[in-house]
Every structure is written in structure tokens, then in C-alpha cells.
Design a protein around this ligand. Structure first.
Ligand code: SAM
Ligand code: SF4
Length: 468
């Protein structure tokens, strides 16, 4: 029998409703005071976030966007970390109304990759230039997709090489585990453990998760307590925007972050901002009353950036190129590229909607995305140094907060981008990338240059995996 979950008491629904009900159109002076605080990168309170949520004024919203960008630049520089999702199995015993993998979807072509197929996928991903993957699976324990299978898959990911490259960080997005199972998962050498609450709103959660382990709200809402108790320092959270009112989700997510900070001294390592996409066999996306417009979506990204300035933010290829471009300007620090959401999709070299979890909005190859990111002035980074050097959880936050991270991240970004340019870039991308490299080196302070220059030279001379 499944263990009973601890109750997720940190979600205070009444406080959220009261706050949303009572926050009227804010005075510009109040907004400006919040902006001033946000510029100091001290984060924002629950009430301050609720005030920004109520903001409608166009000019002030533009100001919100530019402050979000400035905060991101200050903490994360102009780097954008890239990764690829790796879907290993689409078998699932749960019933999430919005997901093509749900158990009742008889139309879905079910696939659980063998270890050989996983290795083949990794080879394709490595040949694209990736150094980090996000391993994703439906919840189907303890059948073909048992936990042993997931542990083995992570081992395969790390053991597979292709040419000069290999995967150096495997993050995972799988269903909640017990503390004991999380200890096993940690022992496989994962980077971040990621799990989305989907919606923090209990009644809506119950309506859209009707069957299987996932139907238990508390089991899911306390997942990060168990993961962190098991010693997994880097955890990633996020609502699935479009299931319920985004304003509610944002405030509840803040309560979640606050709870983790209080209990473990450190909040999540990353926040993801997935937004509902059409999925095979369900019209949920077309019928939900809570669709999040592009304008609100960008606004909520900017608000998160100001509210928790030191937390990484992840944007997936669910979104179109246009929305992605805008979001990079205002706070996103990691993004996927060249993604497939169907198990085996990289080898097939084309998306198969009949075995995919949802439709991908950004379908261009990674080379094109890297070129575009570089043209926008962002440094595509394939860095995986922090967790390999044990800079996770509070240790990472301790370096990030005083701005020290720029002496690690910036040189690491340039060294891994050089690897990409040397080993994988097309001539057009290499030309754009080299121009960006020159510019970035010029922009560095003397200490950064002293650290970065020999690293870049070593990579150009044939050394790989150079990091500080
Ligand atoms: N099965 C595990 C679970 O649900 O936690 C982990 C993997 S699940 C494949 C990863 C995430 O995909 C879910 O947490 C959900 O947020 C997201 N997802 C599901 N259906 C989606 C859709 N139609 N559009 C966008 N994201 C979706
Ligand atoms: Fe299964 Fe996860 Fe999809 Fe729900 S979101 S049906 S648990 S794969």
C-alpha cells in the first residue's frame, strides 16, 4: 500500500484569495517603491508580488520587464544554459486530463526505451553539442518502468560517449518518491530533481488528477520535502500554467518556496514555467478557462525574476521561438533546444505526435537556436561545473548572492561555448559565435579575463571539459 502523505499545510489558500481580492489597481508610487527594492536584488514579499500581479499600466509593465532583465544580467550575466530533455518512457498509470501519456489514452503509441535505445538517443543528443539532459518518464512503477529501470537509465546516460562529448549532468523529472527512494536516486549522481505541482489549487488539482498515485495532492505537494530530506540539494519546481488561475499559482508557489527556505535553509534551485500545450487525445488545452495569454506569461516570468532573483528559471521548447526570445530578455537562465517529447524521437529525427507528451512549439535544430541566441548577445552555455564541484543548494546560493558566481559561470560559459564552436557548430554559427566570444572577453574585468583566457586556450588546443 502506498505511504500516506504528510499534509501540505504551507499552501494557505485563504491568504492567497484575500490578497488577490484586496489588491486593487496599485498606485504608481507603490509600484516604483517595489521596483526600487527589486533592483537591490533582495527578493519580494508575498504582498509585493500580489501588487505586481495587479499591475496593468503599460509603461510600468515595460519598466517591470527592463528591471527583470537588469536583475538577470547582474546575477547571471548574459549566459543562457542549454539542455535537452530525454523521454525514456511514456507509460503511465496516472490520469492527468491534460497529458497525452495518461493511462486512459488508448491511442498513444506506448514506448519504454531499452538501455541500448537510451544510449542511441544520448549519442544523437551529444552529437548536437549538448552536455546536460533532463531525463523524463511517465509514472508506471513498479512495471516495465520501475525505479531500477530509471536508475539504470541514468547510469547509461553517464556511460555513453560520442566523439569528444558526453553528458555531464543528468537532471530528472519523474514522479514523487519516498525519502528512501530519493536516496537511491541521489546515489545515481543526478543533478536537479524536478517535479511540477501542476496546480497548487486543491479543488482543481482533484478535478484534473482523477486516478493513480498522482491523485493525492499532498503526496505531490510535499515531494520536495522528501527529496531535500534525502539530501538532494538542487530541486526544481513549477506550476503547469493554464490549469488554474496563474495569479493563484504564483502566490502559492511563493508559499512553497518560503516553506522550503524555512525548513531547509534554501529554496528551489530552479523554477520552470511550463505552459499548457495541445496534447494527443485531449481537448483540455482548448477548453480550459485559465489559458495564460502571452502578455501575462511574460509578466509572470518577470515577476518571478524579481521575487526570487537568485533562482534559475527554465523555459522549455513548449513555447514558440518568439515567446522564447522575449522571455530570454527578462529572466530565463536555462532553456531546452532541439527537443523531442516522444521516447526515441532523437533517433527518429522527427517528432511523433502519436507518442509525444505534447506539441513542441520550437522545432528548429539546436545549431539555429544557438546562432540566434548568440546573435541576441546571450552566451550559450553548456556548463555543468557547479554540481560537479559540489556547489549545490546553500553552497551555490552563497556564491551566487555576493555576485561571486561571475568568476565561475562566465569563464565556464565561454569555455563550454568554445567546445561547442570547435566540435559542433556550422560555419555560420561559428562565425557568429566567435564574434560574440571576442565581445564577451572584452567586456570582462581583469580577474575574469585572468581566469577565462587560459581555459579558452586549453579548449582550442584540444582539451575538453575545462571548468572552475
Ligand atoms: N510523469 C511525471 C509527473 O507527472 O510528474 C514526470 C514527467 S511528466 C512527463 C513532466 C511534466 O510535463 C508534467 O509535470 C507536466 O507539468 C508536463 N505536461 C504534461 N502535459 C502537458 C501539456 N499538455 N502541455 C505542457 N506540459 C505538459
Ligand atoms: Fe503521467 Fe506525468 Fe503525464 Fe500525468 S503528467 S499522465 S503523471 S506522464
Amino acid at each position: 500500500m502506498a505511504a500516506l502523505a504528510e499534509e501540505a499545510t504551507y499552501v494557505n489558500e485563504q491568504a492567497i484569495i484575500d490578497c488577490l481580492d484586496h489588491t486593487i489597481q496599485p498606485e504608481p508610487a507603490r509600484i516604483r517603491a517595489i521596483f526600487a527594492k527589486a533592483r537591490e536584488m533582495q527578493g519580494l514579499t508575498f504582498d509585493e508580488v500580489a501588487t505586481l500581479i495587479a499591475l496593468q499600466d503599460r509603461e510600468l509593465t515595460e519598466e517591470l520587464f527592463s528591471i527583470a532583465r537588469a536583475v538577470k544580467e547582474e546575477i547571471y550575466g548574459s549566459r543562457l544554459v542549454l539542455f535537452a530533455p530525454l523521454y525514456i518512457s511514456n507509460r503511465c498509470t496516472n490520469e492527468c486530463s491534460y497529458c497525452a501519456y495518461r493511462a486512459s489514452n488508448r491511442e498513444l503509441h506506448r514506448i519504454t526505451l531499452t538501455q541500448e535505445q537510451i544510449a542511441a538517443e544520448i549519442k544523437v543528443i551529444v552529437k548536437q553539442g549538448h552536455k546536460r539532459v533532463l531525463v523524463v518518464a511517465g509514472e508506471s512503477y513498479p512495471n516495465s518502468n520501475s525505479l531500477e529501470y530509471v536508475y539504470k537509465a541514468i547510469e547509461t546516460v553517464y556511460a555513453t560517449r560520442s566523439g569528444n562529448g558526453e553528458i555531464r549532468r543528468a537532471n530528472v523529472n519523474i514522479a514523487p518518491l519516498t525519502v528512501e527512494d530519493f536516496r537511491h536516486l541521489k546515489a545515481t549522481g543526478i543533478g536537479t530533481y524536478q517535479c511540477f505541482q501542476e496546480t497548487y489549487h486543491r479543488p482543481t488539482y482533484a478535478k484534473v488528477h482523477t486516478h493513480g498515485r498522482k491523485a493525492d495532492y499532498d503526496w505531490r505537494a510535499t515531494v520536495m520535502d522528501r527529496a531535500m530530506e534525502a539530501g538532494i540539494d538542487d530541486v526544481g519546481i513549477g506550476p503547469l500554467f493554464g490549469i488554474y488561475d496563474w495569479r493563484y499559482e504564483l502566490l502559492a508557489m511563493l508559499q512553497h518556496i518560503h516553506h522550503l527556505e524555512e525548513r531547509f535553509g534554501c529554496g528551489p534551485h530552479t523554477i520552470s514555467v511550463p505552459r499548457l500545450e495541445p496534447a494527443a487525445g485531449t481537448d483540455f488545452t482548448a477548453t480550459t478557462p485559465w489559458t495564460v495569454s502571452d502578455a501575462d506569461f511574460l509578466k509572470l516570468i518577470a515577476i518571478i525574476r524579481l521575487a526570487v532573483p537568485y533562482t534559475g528559471m527554465i523555459m522549455s521548447t513548449r513555447e514558440s521561438a518568439e515567446v522564447r526570445r522575449k522571455s530570454f530578455q527578462m529572466g530565463i537562465s536555462q532553456t531546452s533546444a532541439g527537443s523531442r517529447t516522444d521516447p526515441g524521437g532523437y533517433e527518429l529525427a522527427q517528432g511523433d505526435f502519436n507518442s509525444s507528451q505534447f506539441a513542441v512549439g520550437e522545432t528548429r535544430p539546436i545549431d539555429e537556436i544557438v546562432r540566434e541566441i548568440a546573435e541576441m548577445g546571450f552566451t550559450p552555455s553548456f556548463c555543468t561545473a557547479c554540481y560537479r564541484l559540489g556547489r549545490t543548494g546553500t553552497d551555490f546560493m552563497d556564491i551566487a548572492k555576493p555576485g561571486e558566481i561571475k568568476y565561475h559561470c562566465e569563464p565556464n560559459a565561454l569555455s563550454t561555448f568554445t567546445e561547442y564552436l570547435e566540435d559542433y557548430a556550422s560555419p555560420a554559427t561559428k562565425a557568429v559565435g566567435e564574434r560574440l566570444m571576442l565581445y564577451r572577453i572584452q567586456q570582462m574585468d581583469a580577474k575574469q579575463k585572468r581566469i577565462a583566457t587560459p581555459m579558452i586556450q586549453a579548449v582550442r588546443a584540444g582539451k575538453r571539459d575545462v571548468f572552475v
